[in-house]
Design a protein around this ligand. Sequence first.
Ligand SMILES: [Zn+2]
Length: 360
Amino acid sequence: MNTLREDAQLLHEQVAPHLSDDQADDYDVDALETLFDCYVNTYRVPRNAAFDSVRNHVLKEADVDTEAFWASLRGGDQGTTEEPLPLAECTADGAWVTVRAKIVELWDPREDSIHQVGLIGDESGRLKFVAWAKSNPPVLEEGTTYTFKDVVVDEYDGNYSLKINSRSEIIEHAADSPETISSVGTMTTVYDGVFVAMQSQSGLIKRCTDPECTRVIQQGECSEHGSNEGEFDLRIKGVLDDGESVQECLFTAGMTEVVTGIDLEEAMQLASDALDISVVERRLTDLLIGRRYSVEGPILGRYLLVGEVSETPNRAFAQGYHDAVDDLLSEYGYDGPGLTAENIEDLPQTYDAPVAARGN
Ligand SMILES: [Zn+2]
């Protein structure tokens, strides 16, 4: 296991690019090591759960843009003409990628600067594409499969698209060639991990009432349709962590009910009782953080859209947790009845720690 110093260094590498200049000193390696020490030795957070706890604490306290943070942790492959990148993995804003996909739909361009716009798909999913007129691209046909070499992933508002530019190369595949994509977007992904973070705009949200628009409105404003009463909806945008990677997951209202037992009606009641909409997000966070789930669904942009979820029958804690608790118990010479690594529900859970830290 890493030393606290090594954990502090690793965390520093992860968060430093996301801090402003005047925050850099507050979260240098020494400061982070002190924080780890405090969590492990003062708050008694189990050693191997400390990393997540300290990281969540820092992200929150330093007000880090968590969406950008998790995106930057992913990195990864960019694809080649022989082994194109699945569309589902085109999730790094600004990355140059090579994909192979079928034109699912062409839309009418709304601007002269756009040559063609539409939807492409491969087995893993679908993405919007845009070909700019000034890049002089070929004319793409619906139903035909192409390899798109050196196109750029673009993210706007959490939605991903691919931009064809003047350096992109487009290779057409004959209908009977082995490269042809036959079934679009049928692939689902399974991910097992611990629910480590709740993202903003989770819980009770309001959506624009325009029937063509499902945007989340903030402070009663839709970015497209202006001032708007809005309609309540319930959802979770959360992060699962399997110890090697993270996966952002989107739970619709129905899936939120499956995983937490709270439906839209109850969420609205909670908010109304508390006169505070954000109480729902806090409640869902309390219910989910630290628990281990298996989720399955298609990848849409950077989110796994959860279609199935089950809490794994194993313990809700990461591998190695029992050993850490055993160490902790023996370190403090605890041999009282009832409290063992197999029976640690009574111990403070990891997510209690940041609350305690804030209270001091
Ligand atoms: Zn709208």
